[in-house]
Design a protein around this ligand. Structure first.
Ligand SMILES: Nc1ncnc2c1ncn2[C@@H]1O[C@H](COP(=O)(O)OP(=O)(O)O)[C@@H](O)[C@H]1O
Ligand SMILES: [Mg+2]
Length: 257
């Protein structure tokens, strides 16, 4: 039978520094999830090299890959991917069993405290709101104190207000030194990162730093929440442009003298 080779990623050359906050954007099918799978050691590239924290991941065995993933990376997904009918605290504990770490309950509880859900520890996902479910998923992602958080459309199933609360947690994690890599097609979410990478047809077509002033305005002076009307308009305009797949308008704005 004939078969076509799909180059889900093609000639990508990317370096992400420790402690960076990076967004990966692009239309459906542009290669975002494939990129995420490679960065997250869920998959290996069929060609080329991936070096994570000094280790050549691309030539590792599956078991080594799983160990690196468990130690270094926390995952957050659009659909939360929690185990239903299982209390929040047990969902959060899952990554601890692979590493056979002690004090499981205490560690899981501490992770739930970091997302302000310790009071809901015994609740099952069905007893929690969407935003709370995503916070449980974030607690699960950080329970092993990973160096990297990979989030694939984490606000995609949430309303704007709840999405903002979730973004606030990512900002706090990044402030504490965690590298955050966020896949999103929502431009108002994407530009909250320090750096926005745009993909198309498996290639990186744009890689930009977000202007510090614009970012500060977007994040608000306190707590990353307040979005000014102007900032919302600006990002909506950017989002429209991105949807039509034209190059993004410059994110950087002239700094007033
Ligand atoms: N397992 C697979 N087998 C064949 N093609 C795939 C597979 N996974 C992804 N692709 C293709 O690779 C391209 C990139 O997909 P993906 O990374 O899922 O994009 P995105 O997350 O940006 O929507 C798409 O053309 C998709 O159809
Ligand atoms: Mg995808």
């Amino acid at each position: 039978m004939g078969s076509t080779i799909v180059r889900a990623l093609d000639g990508v050359d990317l370096t992400i520094k420790q402690g960076e906050f990076v967004s990966i954007t692009g239309q459906s099918g542009s290669g975002k999830s494939t990129m995420m799978h490679l960065l997250g050691c869920l998959d290996r590239p069929s060609a080329g090299q991936y070096i994570l924290d000094g280790q050549v991941v691309s030539s590792m065995l599956d078991s080594q890959l799983a160990a690196v993933r468990n130690q270094k990376i926390g995952f957050v997904f659009q659909t939360f991917n929690l185990i239903q009918r299982t209390p929040a605290i047990d969902n959060v504990s899952v990554p601890l069993f692979y590493g056979r770490r002690g004090n499981t309950r205490e560690r899981a509880m501490r992770a739930l405290e970091r997302v302000s859900l310790d009071k809901r520890a015994t609740h099952k996902p069905s007893e929690l709101s969407g935003g709370e479910r995503q916070r449980v998923a974030i607690a699960r992602a950080i329970v092993n104190e990973p160096k990297i958080i990979l989030a694939d459309e984490p606000t995609g199933n949430l309303d704007t207000r709840t999405g903002t609360q979730i973004m606030k947690i990512f900002h706090e994690l990044n402030d504490s030194g965690v590298t955050v890599i966020l896949v999103t097609h929502e431009m108002d979410v994407a530009v909250q990162a320090e750096r926005v990478i745009r993909m198309r047809d498996g290639k990186i077509v744009e890689d930009k730093q977000v202007d510090a002033d614009v970012r500060k305005e977007l994040l608000g002076a306190y707590g990353h929440v307040a979005l000014t009307d102007e900032a919302v308009k600006e990002t909506n305009a950017a989002a429209t442009t991105a949807k039509s797949d034209k190059p993004l308008p410059p994110i950087a704005r002239p700094v007033e003298a």
